[in-house]
Ligand binder design. Structure first.
Ligand code: ATP
Length: 331
């Protein structure tokens, strides 16, 4: 076995229950995941997500320990997603983590889910001082590290980019998650339909765009709507990122979160970055959506800083901004 420190990470903020085990060299020894099946025409129902997680937690933990070839008493600590996310889903992860912590007398680490996305992406892309663009179902944030925290330099003022795409997809009869379906349909069109474009400073607003594009559903071809939605929503984001980039004078952009897998978004961001001589680094597709590795990696950082929480305080926070979190491992 490589290294002595072993952290088990549990992810349960939304649709996915993930369990990963990593060692002190950041080797991924296990990465088990199960994702809720969302029926057509529906979104993630918090209670259904919680039921899914409860049904799969034990199996995934057992399987992760088996894959890593370790017994639970060899773990150095348990890290869990403490928020933000869906309350019932989060509580399954937290309860599981507390049970493991008490049973095997291991320290417990409460992780901010978005910090997990960010830190894993940075590790995997080997970036040093990036502007991070986090685009997922729960986040649309342009962030950079400064003075002990990940500071927000731009964000959505209403719904997230992932939410925009998923809600549009649901209304238009596409399966969940909508992103991959919208992306492949968009590739079949180059017919741009003008849509509302709202950028305020470094921030974007997507709810007006969503309402408008849905209202056009009966008047246009689905692929034209998908294409136009992507072009508009991504242009807005790229404009906001460009402004933050110029203000901060960063040399690298790290793109992460589920929507980061979109090739058109990657292309648009890269075209803008190239003008400024900036590199765009995208975390490997496998690690863009929610997973236990992102939680375990932050757990490892907290473990090195002895920042566990007492088990009775290992609770969840449905609402929790990423710029509230202290980041002692970055100087
Ligand atoms: P968070 O991680 O902030 O809690 P989440 O759990 O919903 O939110 P992820 O699993 O990181 O987030 O991302 C899911 C989102 O990514 C969904 O909105 C999904 O539609 C979107 N997505 C996945 N693949 C693509 C793609 N190819 N193009 C656009 N969006 C995509």
């Amino acid at each position: 076995m490589s290294g002595k420190t072993l952290i088990l990470g549990i992810e349960s903020t939304a649709h996915t229950f993930g369990v990963a085990i990593i060692d002190e060299n950041f080797t991924v020894l296990a990465d088990e995941r199960s994702t809720l099946d969302v029926p057509l025409g529906s979104g993630i129902h918090p209670q259904k997500a919680a039921e899914h997680h409860a049904q799969n937690a034990c199996r995934l933990i057992t399987s992760a320990l088996k894959k890593a070839n370790i017994s639970p008493d060899k773990l150095s600590g348990i890290a869990y997603s403490a928020g933000p996310g869906l309350g019932p889903a989060l509580r399954v992860g937290a309860t599981t983590a507390r049970a493991l912590s008490l049973l095997f007398k291991k320290p417990i680490y409460a992780i901010h889910h978005a910090i997990g996305h960010i830190e894993l992406a940075i590790k995997l892309t080997k970036s040093t001082d990036p502007l991070v663009v986090l685009v997922s179902g729960g986040h649309t944030a342009i962030t950079a590290f400064s003075d002990g925290k990940w500071r927000i330099y731009g964000e959505t003022l209403d719904i997230t980019l992932g939410n925009l795409i998923d809600q549009f997809a649901r209304e238009l009869g596409l399966p969940f998650p909508g992103g991959p379906h919208v992306e492949s349909l968009a590739k079949k069109s180059q017919n741009y339909i003008p849509l509302p474009y709202t950028v305020k400073g470094n921030n974007v607003m997507y709810s007006g765009l969503l309402t408008h594009v849905i209202s056009l559903a009966s008047k246009h071809k689905l692929e034209d709507l998908c294409y136009s939605l992507q072009e508009t929503a991504f242009s807005m984001l790229v404009e906001a990122v460009e402004r933050a980039l110029v203000q901060l004078d960063k040399k690298e952009i790290v793109l992460t979160g589920g929507v980061a897998s979109n090739s058109r978004l990657q292309e648009m961001l890269s075209q803008m970055a190239e003008i400024h001589g900036v590199k765009v680094l995208v975390s490997p597709k496998k690690y863009n959506p929610d997973n236990g590795v992102q939680i375990a990696i932050v757990g490892l950082y907290l473990h090195k800083h002895n920042l566990s929480v007492p088990v009775e305080k290992a609770i969840v926070k449905q609402r929790w901004r990423l710029d509230e979190v202290d980041i002692p491992w970055r100087m």
